[in-house]
Design a protein around this ligand. Structure first.
Ligand SMILES: *Cc1c(COP(=O)(O)O)cnc(C)c1O
Length: 230
């Protein structure tokens, strides 16, 4: 890909507009997934108006956050989270999209500094029940949501999924539809109406057709990920 970051951003924004129009839905928010991409690339996208960025590894994010302190970025943690690694995430991020069990939620809540607003969290749902993927099983979502609602340091903000890779758009939609149904169950249980974080570079049209509120896009924006980030 020889396109510049600026061109890819513009192309992606057009793709989001077209998909939203085709689905007769509002255009979702864009989370720019900057894992394995440089702080310089984040700064260039910020200059174009992008504000929300997603990182998957604390060590990598820490260096970039330090370098980009002067910018008003909303940082989302979207990677796997072990219980001994929750503290810096609770202290430095605005959102954590990868909460999959109560123990992690409790730690994040306890470790969230009291002078900061509650951490916005999404429950990551293993929507296709893949053994290779993290996330709560669909039937665990309701009890986990009830637990999160009671934690003072957290605010239940959404449901997130990473479905199995499928080529067929109808099959892609079917998985996203199941996440939308889970949200409807939460809403009818009085747990609010959290956002749906779904859709990435290869399936965002299907996600938007099923009501995505936030798409998480890396490759279509930044190009292929680098092995090491400087
Ligand atoms: C890496 C990643 C993405 C972005 O994927 P692309 O296919 O590069 O757009 C989105 N969500 C999560 C949770 C990721 O880890």
């Amino acid at each position: 890909m020889t396109d510049s970051l600026e061109q890819r951003y513009q192309t992606l924004c057009q793709r989001l507009d077209r998909a939203a129009e085709a689905a007769d839905r509002p255009r979702p928010r864009l989370l720019a997934v900057s894992k394995k991409h440089s702080a310089a690339a984040i700064r260039r996208l910020y200059a174009l108006g992008q504000r929300e960025f997603g990182e998957s590894y604390w060590q990598e994010a820490e260096a970039k956050m330090a370098e980009l302190q002067d910018l008003d970025i909303v940082w989302h943690f979207i990677g796997p989270l072990q219980s001994n690694k929750t503290r810096p995430v609770a202290e430095h991020f605005h959102w954590v999209q990868s909460v999959e069990r109560e123990k992690i939620a409790r730690r994040l809540s306890e470790q969230r500094p009291s002078q900061l607003p509650p951490l916005q969290v999404c429950i990551q749902v293993n929507i296709d029940r893949e053994s290779s993927k993290s996330g709560a099983a669909p039937e665990q979502v309701l009890p986990l949501a009830r637990a999160i609602i009671d934690l003072p340091g957290l605010s239940l903000a959404g449901l997130m999924c990473l479905p199995a890779r499928r080529e067929d758009p109808a099959a892609q939609r079917e998985a996203f539809h199941r996440l939308a149904q889970l949200r409807a169950e939460l809403a009818s249980d009085g747990l609010g109406c959290p956002i749906l974080s779904m859709g990435m570079s290869d399936d965002l049209e299907a996600a938007i057709a099923e009501g995505s509120d936030l798409v998480r896009v890396g490759t279509a924006l930044f190009g292929p990920r680098q092995k090491t980030v400087t």
